[in-house]
Design a protein around this ligand. Structure first.
Ligand code: ATP
Ligand code: MG
Length: 346
């Protein structure tokens, strides 16, 4: 029928641990919302390895290649056995160079009120490229390990441009470039220099400054409100994004988007949380907010705002909070409350 034809195909990956429980809530909530997406469910992660002997099946890759869009539950990589991280493989395969992690206070009464900032992390370069090795120069007691990082002019320009364009598109006012150019003068100096050059092209719209990563970490604790959009290299971005998640109530509240030219994958920042898997305790908010980012990515701002308002409203009351937020509501009950609220607001 015509409504199905207008739906946007999206690859949906339930994933491992708490993944299926939180994906189930997203699916139910989007049904209530009037789903603009046609889910194409695919497997990846340890569950896929156990079922089909493959952590990242070709059918899943083909599906993402076709849809160019995925919503992904957490994927575990088995420790040992020489498996490469599935998440890193997805980023590399689809060249998802930008990782976007917004953090916004929803639940009042936390350590910080009114946090609203976005971290843009370079996703393919830096110290994550994986050129790591031991230097064979002696016995175990004198072992030496080495890692190299790679930043390129083109990669630095691409991520900087992404961050400034993002700031313009989302009515942000400032971009802070985070680096360690006082010590890693070549590796992060190149990034800093390039990002500043890019920033000059946006001078009439967006203000920019720069911070050394250690000072930035301290400032995020002392006065996080001074930041708006932060752009950084891979490793620093990784660390700061978890810190930023901590400012707004932890991992259960932190969505992420991995964006490339041909594909975009939306996810919760947290892992599979095996300690609470199957117990109905997981907080699905992070994945719901990731789905809201996907709505915005497709220009569906009205529906994204509607979903966020419903989430804000449910989490505004203690009865709507899961255990990680100090409440006692179960995963599926939270979904039920959200669906009720959506129906009230419609
Ligand atoms: P993985 O190995 O897949 O990264 P992990 O053990 O590192 O899994 P994470 O998901 O990264 O687990 O998170 C660490 C802890 O934070 C979990 O053990 C869990 O208690 C808590 N946590 C993470 N996500 C959620 C969530 N959505 N709801 C509630 N608690 C969560
Ligand atoms: Mg983890």
């Amino acid at each position: 029928n015509s409504s199905t034809q207008q739906q946007i195909p999206v690859t949906l990956i339930p994933g491992d641990g708490i993944g299926p429980e939180i994906v189930d809530v997203v699916v139910r909530v989007f049904d209530a919302l009037g789903n603009p997406f046609a889910w194409e469910t695919q497997q990846a992660g340890v569950n896929a390895l156990e079922k089909n002997g493959d952590l990242l099946p070709q059918t899943t890759l083909d599906s993402i290649g076709r849809t160019g869009l995925a919503l992904k539950g957490p994927l575990s990589t088995p420790i040992g056995g020489g498996f490469r991280s599935v998440n890193v493989r997805l980023r590399e395969t689809f060249q998802l160079y930008a990782n976007v992690r917004p953090a916004r206070t929803i639940v009042p009464g936390g350590r910080y009120e009114k946090i609203d900032l976005v971290l843009v992390r370079e996703n393919l370069e830096g110290l994550y490229v994986g050129h790591e090795h031991y230097v064979p120069i002696g016995d175990d007691a004198h072992a030496v390990a080495m890692a190299t990082g790679i930043n390129t002019r083109a990669g630095s320009r691409r991520i900087s441009k992404f961050a400034f364009d993002y700031a313009v598109r989302n009515n942000r006012r400032k971009v802070t470039i985070v680096h360690k150019a006082n010590v890693l003068k070549a590796l992060t100096g190149l990034f800093l220099e390039t990002a500043k050059q890019v920033g000059l092209n946006y001078a009439d719209q967006i203000e920019f400054n720069d911070r050394i990563v250690d000072a930035c970490a301290m400032q995020l604790v002392l006065n996080p409100w001074q930041f708006d959009v932060i752009v950084s290299t891979n490793l620093f971005g990784d660390i700061l994004s978890d810190q930023i998640a901590g400012l707004v109530g932890g991992l259960g509240m932190a969505p992420g988007a991995n964006i490339g030219e041909r594909a975009a994958i939306f996810e919760a920042v947290h892992g599979s949380a095996p300690d609470i898997a199957g117990k109905g305790m997981a907080n699905p908010t992070a994945l719901l907010l990731a789905a809201a980012l996907m709505l915005e990515h497709k220009g569906l701002h009205g529906q994204a705002k509607f979903l966020r308002d419903a989430i804000d409203s449910v989490l505004g009351e203690e009865s709507g909070r899961t255990a990680d937020l100090g409440g006692s509501t179960s995963t599926s009950k939270y979904g039920d409350l959200l669906i009720e609220r959506i129906r009230d607001l419609q």
